[in-house]
Design a binder for this molecule. Structure first.
Ligand SMILES: [Zn+2]
Ligand SMILES: [Zn+2]
Length: 278
C-alpha cells in the first residue's frame, strides 16, 4: 500500500541533510542537491555536487551510513558542472562504477562540451556562477551507460526515465512503490531569480534552470512526462524537496502552462522554437 510507506520529511544533523523517504536522503551542497539512496548494506550516490565538495559529501555519507561507508555506484542525472563537481575524486577514492544516459556520455568523457550558457536570459546569474566553472570538460573513468531495461544499478525498485531538454541525456529516477522522484534539473523547486539565494528560497515548482537549457520543446515534454507519473515526493537539482499536493498541483500547473511559466521571453535557444509554435 503506497500510503503505508508515507513518511514526513525530516532534517538530519546540521539541516543540510533531509530524509525525504524511506532510504532516500537529500543533501544540499551550496546551491545544488544530491541524493543518498539505500541502506548501509547497499546504497548509491545520485549526483556529485559542486566543485570542491568532496569532503562534505564523504562527511554526509558517514553521517548516514557510518564510518568508511562506500556506495555501490554513482548515478548522474546529467553532467553539468554543478552536479559532477566531486565525481572524479569520489570515483577515485571509492573505486566505483558511474552511470549516466548514453547521450550524456560525450560530456562526461571529455569528448564534447555543453552548449554555452545563455547569457541573455540570466546574465547576472551566469556571471556569478562562472567563478565555479571548471576549466575543461570532465573526463570520468569507469563511466558506463545506464542499462537499456530502465533499471538503475544499485537502486532496486527504481527506474530511470529519459528527461531531455535541460541537457541532452538528462535522466530522472522514479520509485513506483512510494512514487518518489529524483528529477535532476527537469524542473526545480525554486524561483529562477532566487537560485543562488539558498537561505531565502521560495518553494515553488519551476521550469529547469534557464541559463543552461538549450531545448525548450524537449524540456516541456519531459515535464509533462514527469507530471503524468503523479509523484508523491520529489527531489530536484535545486531548491528544497517537495511533496503532496504542493508538488502535484505545481507540476501540473507547470506542465499545462510551460511556455508561459518556464520558457524565457527571449534568449539564444528560445526565439526559434517560440516562433515555430505560436
Ligand atoms: Zn543542470
Ligand atoms: Zn543544476
Amino acid at each position: 500500500m503506497e500510503h503505508d510507506s508515507y513518511m514526513p520529511m525530516t532534517s538530519v544533523g546540521s539541516g543540510d541533510l533531509i530524509q525525504v523517504a524511506d532510504d532516500v536522503y537529500c543533501f544540499t551542497n551550496q546551491i545544488v542537491n544530491l541524493c543518498f539512496v539505500g541502506n548501509s548494506d547497499n546504497w548509491v550516490l545520485v549526483d556529485a555536487g559542486m566543485p570542491k565538495s568532496f569532503d562534505k559529501i564523504i562527511e554526509q555519507a558517514e553521517e548516514i551510513y557510518g564510518e568508511n561507508a562506500k556506495p555501490k555506484a554513482l548515478i548522474l542525472t546529467h553532467g553539468h558542472f554543478d552536479h559532477v563537481g566531486a565525481a572524479a575524486e569520489l570515483v577515485e577514492k571509492w573505486d566505483i562504477p558511474v552511470f549516466a544516459h548514453t547521450l550524456e556520455l560525450p560530456f562526461l568523457t571529455g569528448k564534447e562540451s555543453y552548449p554555452e550558457p545563455d547569457w541573455t536570459v540570466e546574465g547576472g546569474l551566469v556571471a556569478k556562477l562562472s567563478m565555479f566553472f571548471p576549466d575543461e570538460p570532465i573526463n570520468l573513468r569507469g563511466i558506463s551507460q545506464l542499462p537499456d531495461d530502465g533499471t538503475v544499478p544499485g537502486m532496486p525498485g527504481w527506474k530511470w526515465i529519459h528527461t531531455p531538454g535541460h541537457s541532452r541525456g538528462q535522466v530522472s529516477l522514479f520509485r513506483e512503490a512510494d512514487r518518489t522522484l529524483i528529477a535532476g534539473d527537469a524542473f526545480i523547486t525554486v524561483k529562477q531569480d532566487e537560485l543562488l539565494k539558498v537561505t531565502l528560497q521560495t518553494k515553488e515548482v519551476n521550469g529547469p534552470p534557464r541559463y543552461f537549457t538549450p531545448d525548450w520543446r524537449a524540456a516541456e515534454e519531459s515535464v509533462q512526462q514527469l507530471a503524468a507519473l503523479n509523484p508523491q515526493k520529489a527531489i530536484t537539482g535545486h531548491g528544497v524537496p517537495i511533496s503532496g499536493e504542493e508538488l502535484q498541483e505545481g507540476l501540473k500547473r507547470l506542465a499545462d502552462n510551460f511556455k508561459e511559466l518556464a520558457v524565457p521571453d527571449h534568449g539564444r535557444y528560445v526565439t526559434e522554437q517560440k516562433n515555430d509554435r505560436d
